[in-house]
Structures are given as C-alpha cells and as structure tokens.
Design a protein around this ligand. Structure first.
Ligand code: ATP
Ligand code: MG
Length: 575
C-alpha cells in the first residue's frame, strides 16, 4: 500500500474538486435511497389507508418528496460525473507531465534498461490505470461509508434495533468483502498490468521489425508469441471479470439474506408498533437501496491489485535519479570553443573500461579527426562531450570551465552535433530542419539544403512541407547524414561534433561535404569521427584511437613521418 502514497499525495492538489465529487456522489446515493424508501412506504401506506377507508391520508407531501429525490438524484449524478471526472483528469494530467519530466533527464543512461514499448506503456496505460484509484476505489468507499452512517442514523429515528441490525450488516459487508476480493484479485491484477505491457512491447517489436521478420521467414514465429501473450492477457481479463461477477453475486446473496432478515424482524412491528405496518416497506426498500450503494465496493478492490502494479511500474521510473545533472546557471563564457580533456576514463559497465586516460587539447578554431577501429570508443568520446554520460575520472574542460559546470542551454547552444545515427522525425522537411534552429526562415532552410546537396528533397509540389519519415518519404543513409549536417549548420554552435558525417556517401559527394565542412567550420572548433582517410591533411590534429586510448596524435605530415598506425592505414589503402 505504501507504493500508493506518492500518488495519493497528488490528490491534495485538487482536494476541493475531488471532495466536492465525493459529496455529490454521497448526495446521489442518498437521493436514490430516499427515492426508493419513500416510494415503497408511500405505496404501502396509501394502500393501507385505502383498505382502512381513511380518506384524509396526506399524499401530497410524500409525493413531493419522491419527486424531489428523483430530481436531486439526476442532477447530483450529472454533476458528480462532471466534477469527479474533471478532477481525476486534472490529477492524471499532472501525473503524466510529472512522469514525463522525470523521464526526460534520465536519457540515455537511466532509460537504457527499458524497452521502448515498455516505456510507452508505463507512460500511457499505467498512468491511465491510476485513475481507478479515485474513481473506482476512494470515492465508492467513502460513499458507502457515508451511506451506512446516514441509513443507520436515519432509520434509528423509526426503530433503533432495526437500524442497528441493518447498519451492522452493511458495515460488516463493507469490512469483509473488499479485503477478500483484494486478496482474490491481486494476482490477476498484477498479471493484467504485466501482460498488457508485454503485449504492447511485443506488438511494437513486431510492427517495427516487419522487414527483418519477413526476410528471415520469422514473422509467423513472432506472431505466435504475440498470440500467446494475447491469449494469456485475455485469460487474465476473463479471470478478473469472473471475480467481478462473483463479487456482485455475493453481494446480491448477502443483500437477499439481509432483506429476509429485516422482513422477519419487521413482522413483530416497527418502532412502538407491535403490528406490522407500512414502515415495513420503508425498511425493506431501504435495505435494497443501501446494498445498491455497496455494489461498486467489492469490485473496487479487485482493481486495487492492478492499480498497485501500475503504481509500482510508474514509480520505478519516477524514483530514478538522473546519471547526469546540470547546474541551473553559470557565469558568462568567452566566445569560441577551447577544449581540454585530462585523463578521461569512462566505462558503461563496471569492469569493462571503454575509454582509458584520454588527454587532448584543442584550441578555439582547431580541427581534429578521431580515427580508429570500430568499437574503440570514438562515438563514446563524442557523447561525453555532449554530457550524455559523465566521465568516471579525469576532466573535460570547455572554455576554461569544467563541462559539469555548464548549464544545459549554454552547452546545447555551444555544440552542434551530427550523431552516428541521425533521427528522422515523422514530420515535414521544414520541422525536421527547424528543430536545430527554431528561428530559421524558409530561405535559410532552402540555402542550407543546397549547401549539403539535398536540394532534391525540394523537388515536389509541397517543397518544405513534404512529409518525411513514417507516413512520408524515407531517406537513404547518405541523405540522412546530410540532413544531420544541415541541422548542425543551421544550429551554428562554436563547437562542431560530427560522428562519421561522410559515411555512406559516394566519393564525389564526400569531397563536396568535406570541402563544405572546411568552409563552414573555419572559425569553429571541429571534432570529427571518421573511418575514411580522405581530406585529413586539412585537419590540425589527427588522433588514432585503439581500445579506448589515443595511441598516436599529430597532423597528417607528422603522423606519416612517424610511420606508425596512421601511416599503416595509408599503406593499406594504397594496396
Ligand atoms: P564505430 O566505429 O563502430 O562507430 P565506436 O568507436 O564509435 O565504433 P563506440 O560506439 O564508442 O565505438 O562504442 C565503444 C564500446 O562501447 C563498444 O564496445 C560498444 O559495444 C560499447 N557501447 C557503446 N554504447 C554502449 C551503451 N549504451 N551501453 C553499453 N555499452 C556500449
Ligand atoms: Mg561510432
């Protein structure tokens, strides 16, 4: 239950709205009971008056009461739905934004352990499930308690013994049924949450991996797994529904038993009467109506297991601390980008060092190329410069300030990055470019597309409005890289970090891009990861990396003269 406390605390923000919802719910229930009770008594009393030949029976007052109760019930029900749903949606809205804001700073380290489908499920379905907490659990429970109290006190004016018997039985039902069904429903509730997440996760994988699954003939196997999960999920839903049915049946049984008991107790007369009279109908109908108020309570606790499982899954995200945190502000920093790395060591996992004592100095405006075998840690080094991760030991200093002292907006404004895997958003060409620089106008966007040789993307009726990615035009690997480059150019930071920007390009385009880079990066500091040896003589420094360390550094001429690894790469190329 402790797991629900942080979520219950959220209700405090909308306390009055939710309290009003509960008050209206109680009013609806009491009006329902009043309606049934009064009409029962009214009918019985009128017929008895008829039999006894009493023509002075006042039927106006009870008739007005019945009508009033019916109107109150309808109006209160309407506003109760309006207010309580509005309150719950406000809590959910807050919860969703809160969860999302907790999620963002976790990327990438904190989210590495979650699958995409699973994450989406936690953010959408699990947060949704939490609305049961108020609508299906808290509100009905308070409503039922209030009804029991009102019915017992109300009836005790007429006959305290009968009121005590009915109130006692109602209270006993309220105390026993929920824990019983909570215990019964807990395993299925947890299974429901788990299977729903598993199904969504598998479905996302199945949809995203269609091409591979078809090419390798594995689609039907995957489909079977998906179907299996779906069957189990349906099974859990069936079990939950059966328990719901059982709770209703049990309540009906208890209600029937209580009804017979009350009827039997009434035979000796009600209140001061020793003969049965019209009040019997009042007590009987009141019993029926009061049990109706209890109807959602047994089922409510069936959902508690599912709510708790969902709460746990959402808490798992919310309780994580980001691996990297940024200060809120920093002193003003000089223009240009001067970079120093001092003995930088980093590992993703304990016991497997990815970068080992990397030391490097780059003056503002210098260009450096990082070269090395696949997996030697080049992209990792670039990621440390963007603070996707923090170093384990050593220091990265940017413009005289340790990078840890940089606030996030300043660091992002300073660095323009082309990652190894450029992400294409399912959006227009314009928005795919403008994410790097929101204030760029169409003219600038078109100019930069020409610069990177992507003017072909404008050859359609929609121009910059053309849809890219899902539901639109897909880009080839080379086009994607150039789009990444276009973003970096638009962004215009003083430090350019490029991860294999010419990978997948033909020789001619590669030459063009390298020439463009030399031109646009003239007064900027450039760190470029590459596997290619073309155009490296332009660079002020070339670092050869191996196994997480820098094994050679110098300019093209120095490294060729050294006859080390760089020279060897050139020899291999010449063969
Ligand atoms: P390539 O030339 O193929 O791009 P790289 O030099 O850029 O290679 P990195 O991507 O820096 O190599 O990876 C260095 C090592 O760290 C690799 O062994 C890789 O498997 C591992 N690695 C990379 N990212 C992660 C991660 N998020 N979690 C754990 N290990 C990782
Ligand atoms: Mg890489």
């Amino acid at each position: 239950m402790k797991i629900l406390l942080p979520f219950l605390a959220l209700y405090r923000r909308h306390f009055w709205r939710l309290t009003l919802g509960v008050i209206l719910a109680v009013m609806t229930l009491l009006a329902s009971i009043g309606l049934l009770t009064l009409s029962g008594w009214f009918l019985a009393a009128s017929s008895l008056a008829g039999i006894a030949g009493l023509y002075s029976f006042n039927y106006m007052l009870p008739a007005a009461g019945v009508r009033g109760a019916a109107i109150i019930r309808t109006v209160a029900r309407y506003f109760e739905r309006l207010v309580s749903h509005d309150g719950t949606f406000r809590v959910l809205e807050h919860l969703r934004v809160f969860t999302f804001s907790k999620l963002m700073p976790l990327s990438p380290a904190g989210l590495a352990g979650f699958r995409q489908g699973d994450l989406l499920n936690r953010l959408v379905a699990d947060v949704d499930t939490l609305d049961h907490l108020y609508l299906r659990i808290i509100s009905p429970l308070i409503g039922a308690l209030a009804v029991i109290l009102a019915v017992s006190v109300g009836l005790s004016w007429l006959d305290w013994q009968l009121a005590l018997a009915l109130g006692g039985l109602l209270l006993l039902t309220l105390l026993l049924l929920p824990p019983f069904f909570y215990g019964m429903g807990r395993p299925t509730g947890a299974a429901l949450s788990r299977l729903q997440a598993q199904y969504r996760d598998q479905l996302t994988g199945w949809l995203q991996g269609q091409t591979e699954l078809k090419l390798y003939g594995a689609a039907s196997r995957f489909r079977h797994c998906l179907d299996d999960t779906e069957t189990q999920w349906q099974e859990a839903q069936r079990a939950q529904a059966s328990l719901g049915g059982l709770s209703q049946a049990l309540l009906l049984l208890i209600s029937g038993f209580t009804l017979v008991l009350i009827l039997w107790l009434c035979t000796g007369g009600t209140g001061s009467e020793t003969q049965p009279d019209a009040l019997i109908a009042l007590f009987v109908f009141c019993t029926l109506a009061a049990f109706e108020a209890l109807a959602p309570v047994g089922g409510a606790f069936l959902h508690l297991g599912q709510v708790m499982a969902s709460a746990q899954r959402v808490s798992q995200i919310m309780s994580q601390q980001p691996a990297v945190s940024f200060p809120s502000a920093m002193p003003p920093i000089a223009q240009g980008a001067q970079l120093t790395l001092r003995d930088v060591t980093f590992s993703y996992e304990r016991g497997r060092t990815t970068l080992q004592k990397i030391s490097l100095t780059l003056n503002a405006g210098e260009h450096i190329a990082l070269l090395g075998r696949t997996g030697c840690g080049k992209s990792t080094l670039l990621q440390l410069l963007t603070r996707a991760w923090d170093v384990d030991s050593g220091e990265i200093i940017l413009n005289g300030q340790p990078i840890k002292h940089w606030d996030e907006p300043s660091l992002r404004a300073m660095t323009s990055v082309v990652t190894q895997r450029v992400h294409l958003f399912s959006n227009t060409l314009r928005e795919n470019l403008r994410l790097a620089s929101a204030e760029s106008d169409d003219e600038q966007l078109v100019a930069v597309l020409h610069q990177v040789g992507l003017e072909g993307l404008l050859d359609n009726d929609q121009g910059l409005n053309a849809w890219l990615g899902e539901g639109g035009r897909q880009l080839s690997g080379g086009e994607l890289r150039r789009l990444g480059l276009a973003r970096a150019l638009l962004h215009g930071g003083s430090l350019l970090l490029l991860d294999e920007p010419t990978e997948g390009l033909d020789a001619e385009t590669e030459q063009q891009i390298l020439a463009l880079l030399q031109q646009v990066a003239q007064n900027r500091t450039l760190v470029m990861v590459t596997h290619r040896l073309q155009g490296l003589h332009y660079f002020d420094k070339i670092c050869i990396m191996d196994n997480g360390s820098i094994i050679e550094q110098g300019n093209h001429a120095e490294l060729i003269a050294k006859r080390g690894r760089y020279w060897y790469f050139h020899q291999q190329l010449a063969l």
